[in-house]
Structure formats: C-alpha cells, structure tokens
Design a protein around this ligand. Sequence first.
Ligand code: ADP
Length: 366
Amino acid sequence: MSRRRPSSGRIARAVPCVAASTVAAVMATAVGWLLFGRRQLADVVMIYLLGIIVVSLRFGYVPSIVAAVLSVLLLDFFFVPPYLSFAVSDFQHVVMFAVMFVVAVVISRLARRVRIQAEEAHQANLQMEAERLRNALLSSVSHDLRTPLSVITGAASALLHSSPALAPGARSDLAETIHEEAQRLDRLVRNLLDMTRLASGAVRVAKEWQAIEGVVGAALGRLAEPLRDRNVEVRISPALPLVAIDDLLIEQALINLLENAAKYTPSGTPLELSADADRGALVVAIADRGPGIPQDLVDRIFEKFYRLPREGASGGGGLGLAICRGIVEAHGGRIWAENRDGGGAVFRFALPLGGTPPELVPEGGP
Ligand code: ADP
C-alpha cells in the first residue's frame, strides 16, 4: 500500500508561506545589519520582531513561527559572538533567544485572535444584511399584495352576496376584475421571487433575442394606471438590432424606473423614454422633469435600502434601483443616473449588443 502523501494543494499553499517567512527573516537581517550593526543587539531584535509581526498578520500562525525560528538562527549566526557560527558563548544570549521566541509566539496568537474576530464580525454583518433584506421584502410583499387581494375579495363578495340583484353585465365585469387582479397577483408573486433570487445572487438570466420595442410596450402596458396622467414620449431608434436579454427581467427594470419617475416627480410633468444604439450597446433612457438627485448621491441611490433623506420614512424599501442594477449587471450591462439640463433626472442603462440572432426557420421547413 502506498503511504499518504501531502496533497499538491497543500504544498502549493505552503510554498508562499515558507517563502514569506524566509524573506522576512532575511530582510530583517539586512536591515538590522545596515541600520545598527553588531553593537546595538536590542534594536536588531526589534527589527526581527517587526518582521515576525508582519508575517503573522499577513500569513497566519504557523508561518510566523517559522519566521521566528529562522530569525533566531540568523540573529545567532550574524550578530551574536562567536560570529558566523551557530554556537553561543554567553548564556545571556540563550535567554534573549528564548524571550524573542516567546514574544513572537504571543504576538502571533494575538494576531490570529484579531483575525478570527474580524472574520466573525464580517459574518455577523452578512447575517444582519440578509435579515434586513428579508424584512424589506416581507414589508413590500405585504404592501404590494394587499391591493389586488382586497379588490379580489370585494368583487368576490359582491358576486356572492348580491348575485340575483346584479345585471349580467355587472356580474361579468366583477368576474373580469377578479380575473385581472388574480393575474396581477400572480405576476407580483413571480417578480418578488425574482427579486429574492436576484438579491441572493441565485438568479439565472434566460436570455433570448428580443426587440426592445416589445419589452418597452409590455412595461408601459403594465403601468397604464400610475402613468394615466402622464405624457410619456417614447422614441425608439429605427432599425435597432435584436438584443439578447431576459425580457421579463428587463421589463421589471423598466417598470421600476418608470414607477420611480411617476412616484418622485410632480403629477402631470412629462416623461421621456428612449432607446438608441451607442458604441456596441443598447442604451435605454428614462428622463423626467422632477426634482433630480443631489449630485453627490447619484451612485448611492442604487445601493440596497438607500432612499434620499428627503423621502422620509414612508413608501418603498429602497430596493427598486438595487434590483434594476442587479438585473442590468446580470446582463453584463451598466446602469447610472444623471441630472438633466433644465431640471429633472435621467436614468440610463446600457446592454451589450452583439452576436448574431439565429435565422428564423419557416414553419414546416426542413
Ligand atoms: P424606493 O423607491 O423604494 O425608495 P429606489 O431604490 O427605487 O427605492 O429609489 C431610491 C431613491 O432614489 C428613492 O427613495 C428616491 O429618493 C430616489 N429616486 C429614484 N428615482 C428618482 C427620480 N426619478 N427622481 C428623483 N429621485 C429619485
């Protein structure tokens, strides 16, 4: 039977550690020699300890012990009489080596504890972030689901309790409302699931070749209600190529941006939506004539849970733009906001164009 050998991975990890320990001890020797020479032994010891501290902070416990052993050997060889020999003539020097070694071990242990504590703090932060995300999602779930649910409940109870008195037309209207709102609910739940997956980094982008007009049309269609008092000027460059995107996700990003434009600008002010090809990318822009965004915060508004201080505590959870960014970046694109000349904000996202859409095979073809 063959004996177990250390795996090549372990060897690969050990090499830089041993190299670092050696470099630290050799450098301490050189620096100690140049700065202090053989007369100021205590100062030379300090230089060695400094090297050991650096190794323990950067590479951990075992490499720092290796560095300590090497340091003691080099100190003995070069700085302690008899010179250029590992022999020790004075017992005092043995004590010095022991003290130096003990100090190195203590420092390394402390450094290790500090590192472990920093890692624990990092983990705790991650957990807190996840908790906040869960809470924000929960509150947005309950808020967004309540509206269609209460409409469905109202329509259903009208159908149940006053059915004989209702004209057939009114009855089918109620049934239609229930149908529409149930569909909205279904869509909302799907979007929320998308958002949770996006936030946890587990989203899969199902790209297909799409014409951006279709996606813009679908988003505007879904926002007919909040945009009813707005004039939305849509300008899509002619002859734009197809773009490989997950249409549901990009529609969601457009919806978030348009909803924000409706929410954060005075009612009745105009909105503009445009799509152009620019330097190998499809650039979609949504511009408004609202209050704009303080210049130093144009990047921060894309962070999770960030809302401008002027919004107060009410309203959304500050996730809308973070979701847009997640979606666009999952497509290899980029999203940003700017203030417009003449007032208002413009949100733009760029999606990479390129590749060749597959040829359409006519039905019944080969
Ligand atoms: P939410 O809408 O839930 O607050 P968002 O991530 O969608 O979260 O937006 C973050 C913040 O960016 C908003 O709270 C708002 O202050 C600001 N904002 C977003 N869109 C606009 C806009 N079109 N004009 C001015 N401010 C905006």
